[in-house]
Every structure is written in C-alpha cells, then in structure tokens.
Design a protein around this ligand. Structure first.
Ligand code: 4AZ
Length: 346
C-alpha cells in the first residue's frame, strides 16, 4: 500500500489546474489555460499568454524588427522541433536565438527564456523543391525551466489515431495577410486559429494540390480557405486535443502551402507521428555521440555536450500525459525496492 503512495501523489499532482508545473515531467498541458478557467496566422485571433506553452519563436539577429524567423515546439527541456526549410542557405545557427514562453514578441516579460542554439539537425532527406521531409531539430544551449508559460509538447507515436482528432489548432507569429503570396505584416502577438484536418486524398485531388502532398504530410485548414498558417508560422505546431483527456498533441509541423488562406489550398504540415522514430533516433544519437548511427546525420554544429535527452511521448490514456521515460524510471524504482524488500525477508 505504502508503495502505491508515490504513484497516487504523482497522479494527484497531475490533475489539470492542481499540478506543480516546474519539473518538465509532463507534456501537452496548459497550466495558464486551466488558470483562465476557459479554455496571425491568417484569419486567427490573439492567443492568451500561456495558451500554447510549448511554442517558441526562432529568431535571427540578422532579421529586422523582432527578428522572428520561424516557429517551433519544445519537445524536451533542451530540444525544439521545427521545419528544415527555416534553416536554408543564409541562416547560421550562431545568429539564432530561441524565445520561449512569450506571447507579444515586442514585450518580453520575466517569464520568457531566451536561448542560443547549440546545433541544428535537418532531416537528411529534406528536399527544398518537393518539400519532402521538412523537419528539423534544434538543440538549445541549456535546458529550459518549465513554468506556467513554458511546457513540453507531446509527440505521438504510431498508436495515436490522429485522423480521429477533431479539436485542432494552429498558432504562430507569421504573416497575417489574407490570400497572400507577397509579404504582409507579421504578428507581434501570437495568433491562434482552429482548423479542420482534411483527408489526404481530398487534399491531393486535381482541384486541390494534385498529388504534390506527401504521404508523411497532414492537410489542415478549410476547403473554402480564409483561416490558415502563412510564412513565419513555419516550423510551428499543428495541435489537437486528446479525445479522452485535457491535453494536446503536436501532430504536425507547419511546412508549406500555395499562398495563404486560399480555397482548396490548405496548409501542409509534416506529420510528427510519421517522424516519431526519426526524432527518437536523433535524440538518442545526440545523447550517445560515439554511436555509429550519428556520423551520417547532417549537423551544423561543431561542438557537442551530451545530455540524456529523451523525446516526449505521452500516455494515450488517462488525464496525465507523463513522458514514458519518467514512468519507466518510476516503475524500475518500485521494482528495485520490491526486490530489496524480498531480499531482506529471505
Ligand atoms: C511559408 O512560406 C508558408 N498556407 C507556410 C505555410 C503556408 C504557406 C507558406 C500555408 O513558410
């Protein structure tokens, strides 16, 4: 009975609105949204501060204004998931900073953390012509501190039935212009919009994208257009609420589209579920730099400092999405304790 106590306490602490959020040991939770007690993107609205606590603004010192370049999602305390196309020719990681826990990029408060980038890993088969495999990982200089405004995103493995999710959202600081292909004003305040997941067959049909969408993509938006991600939202998350509990999955990385907000041309996202094992492999390889798998991955960094990073994968049941790694550690601890007790009795 005594042995169950830690687990009970652990689960109690995890109930929305009642938890301790500083440990980065859950994912997909929105402490500020529970606190508010309710729950640009093109056609979006201002997000409330803390609504999407895993979203980050990747900025470059070489860009004007806030320097915002792309979005991203914090998936472990030291790794950000983003899009490969954000880190093209003229971008050098030494010029980058990652702003975490922000809402208005022109007024960064005390809750915001600003990090530099230790290395960028672009997918080795990213193709800038077809936009295939448009996914990347950034390692931060040091781990973040989780808080009401900074939380980890949940990345689904293959067991989540993504197409059944119905409460889906996009967020970002990108262009807010309607039907835009030319630059429009970017958003200072994070924009959010609800979107529908659109069947890939429909999305690839002749009046839509006519076969240009890859099987590892997700289409999201509206057939009639109007609400969409745009340039500057790239790398940021497509997020859906879990069917059974009050937390969110990051199911897509904003990748491309034909313009923004056009009818039959919805936003295209890289499926995080599809790339789950790729992400896992990169983080494992990064934690064990001597392993053979490491050498063939493209990295723009010249130095390495190992950290035991593990991707965040939430449990698909219950109301508390613990990273699997944490649960494993906990049960191994319980097992060891039981063995010790048995040993003492014998
Ligand atoms: C872009 O250029 C971009 N409407 C991102 C998203 C979309 C279009 C363009 C989707 O980064």
């Amino acid at each position: 009975m005594l042995l169950l106590l830690p687990l009970v306490l652990l689960l109690a602490a995890c109930r929305p609105g009642h938890g301790y959020y500083g440990a980065c040991d859950t994912c997909g939770m929105r402490p500020m949204a529970y606190h508010y007690n309710n729950m640009r993107i093109v056609g979006g609205t201002d997000a409330r501060h803390g609504n999407w606590p895993w979203i980050v603004s990747i900025q470059s010192y070489r860009l004007a204004g806030t320097g915002h370049l792309c979005g991203g999602s914090l998936i472990t305390p030291q790794w950000v998931l983003s899009a490969a196309h954000c880190f093209g020719h003229s971008i050098h990681i030494l010029d980058l900073r990652v702003v975490i826990g922000a809402n208005d990029l022109t007024h960064l408060g005390q809750e915001v953390e600003v990090h530099t980038v230790r290395r960028a890993i672009l997918h080795e088969y990213y193709n800038n012509r077809t936009m295939a495999n448009d996914i990347a990982l950034l390692e931060l200089d040091r781990p973040v501190h989780c808080s009401y405004y900074i939380q980890l995103a949940c990345v689904p493995d293959t067991s989540l039935r993504v197409s059944e999710l119905t409460d889906c959202w996009v967020a970002g600081w990108g262009y807010t212009g309607f039907r835009s292909v030319v630059p429009n004003p970017v958003a200072d305040v994070l924009q959010e919009a609800k979107v529908q997941l659109i069947d890939l067959h429909i999305c690839n049909s002749s009046h839509w994208y006519a076969g240009a969408v890859h099987t590892h993509n997700i289409c999201a938006g509206y057939p009639q257009g109007g609400i969409d991600t745009c340039q500057g939202d790239s790398g940021g998350p497509l997020m859906c609420r879990d069917k059974n509990a009050d937390y969110f999955w990051v199911i897509g990385v904003t990748s491309w589209g034909n313009g923004c907000g056009r009818a039959y041309q919805p936003g295209i996202y890289a499926s995080t579920q599809h790339f789950y094992s790729w992400i896992l492999m990169q983080l494992r390889a990064a934690a064990h730099p001597t392993s053979r798998t490491w050498s063939h991955f493209m990295t723009t960094s010249s130095h390495y400092h190992g950290q035991n990073a593990a991707p965040t994968q939430a449990s698909t049941s219950g109301s508390c999405p613990y990273p699997v790694q944490k649960l494993r550690e906990f049960f191994t601890g319980v097992q060891n304790l039981l063995q010790t007790l048995r040993g003492n009795k014998a």
